[in-house]
Design a protein around this ligand. Sequence first.
Ligand code: NG6
Ligand code: CA
Length: 521
Amino acid sequence: MKRLKHLILLLSILCSVYYCKDEPKASSNVETNEVTTKPNVVVIYLDDLGYGDLSSYGATELQTPNIDKLANGGVKFTNGYASSATCTPSRYALLTGVYPWRNKNAKILPGTAPLLISTEQQTLPKLLKSEGYQTAIVGKWHLGLGLGNVNWNERVSPGPNEVGFDESYILAATQDRVPTVYIENGHVANLDLNDPIEVSYKKNFEGEPTGKDNPELTTMKWHHGHNASIVNGIPRIGFMKGGERAKWSDIDMADNFLKRAQDYVKSHKDKPFFLYYALQQPHVPRTPHPRFVGKSGMGPRGDVILEADWCIGEFIKTLEEEGILENTLIVFSSDNGPVLNDGYFDDAVEKLGDHDPKGGLRGGKYSLFEAGTRVPFITYWKGTIEPKVSDALVCQMDLLASLATLVGTSEASTDSEDVIDAFLGKSEKGRDHLIIEASAKTALRTANWAYIPPYKGKAINQMVNIELGNSEIPMLFDLSEDLGQQTNLAETLPEKLAEMQKIYTSIRGESKVEIKELELK
Ligand code: NG6
Ligand code: CA
């Protein structure tokens, strides 16, 4: 009998060894014997993509098959949020897990702003690095660089490499702001030191043409703002001189970032990595590569969305070819909601046709209404996440605490909430509430309700033609019945209003927000 037991034990050991050997490994960096796995993590982040801009989120006039594959093969969130209705604060929250309104400087930054994240602060890349990850950013940064008065001809620091990224290849601020050069690990890429770069947001450099004074030199026309230095025929925000060799080519930007992201994956696949792939589309200036020009029939805004979709398809192909798609958690989202005319005449309004970038929501970029912050939000992990649509309330800020749990550690010192089960599609439970932000003004979102406190200021910003969410009276909306926020229930439901105000004040405090008009100039 004892012998038989031994034989069975031996057989089962042999079997399991054989099984392990033959089972296809998802990737060389999977540690099969660990309870917590350490998948690669890729955050694919678009700039100004609206809730309704993808065919998987209801668009009928634009087809985005590659992003749709993620949405339909992973968790497609319907209540997924950027923390803010503009770029810098959303990216701050994404990387630090901290509400941007806690940092008074977390607003749209000029290209010369100092680094917004303290080098002492916890960040997503730092956290993953401490768990053995390699970390990198490719794409848009817009979180400031240096300590002020940056000399762009020396190493610019602190920057991404000082807050957790081992490697960085970035555009400093936005595609419409100077300096219009790539920065690699703190150094302006391809800079000729005999032609040094100077940058100013205060005054022009003598003899340099501007969009305002030299319209004959521009190929893209400015509508509001964007009338300072001209680079590649496009007038920008801010003044810049020199650095001719280092200037980027706008039409090649998407291909360039894609190649960098692909090369990173290829050269780092043997150990877990975190890659923040921050595409520049469909922010202005919209400069599709000639391959995509005219493809959407919607002008450059539609064309660059198709371009971004193609890039993402190519990027995923690389993960597949390198054999690591099944060991990579992909998070897809956008930093804020959509805008059509954001400062250039580029046919975004004229050629929109029946497309609704807001997907039925109210407002848009810069707005406290839903379209400002509710964005496409997808988690995809082939073979691990089951496809589903989730209504859980989640925010990009929650990645910090959630990924901490995923990789076997914890992070409780920030505003980030652990909703990893929602991200993995195992639970419908997200956050109970979320404070959203637009130009330092804040509002509250709970599972079905939106509360916007009264704010002074214009109801509509005429330049961008977007309702900002300013109103003299409080606003309360039942989103389960009224997604488009058409019926203000503040007066009819005083108890609900009081309940929402109480939650809001408990998080936000009584302090009055300083009311400033949008920095659109
Ligand atoms: C605004 C710009 C807008 C865009 C935005 C930042 C003007 C008139 N408008 O100030 O074009 O650059 O800043 O967008 O200059 S974000 O997505 O990076 O937040
Ligand atoms: Ca943005």
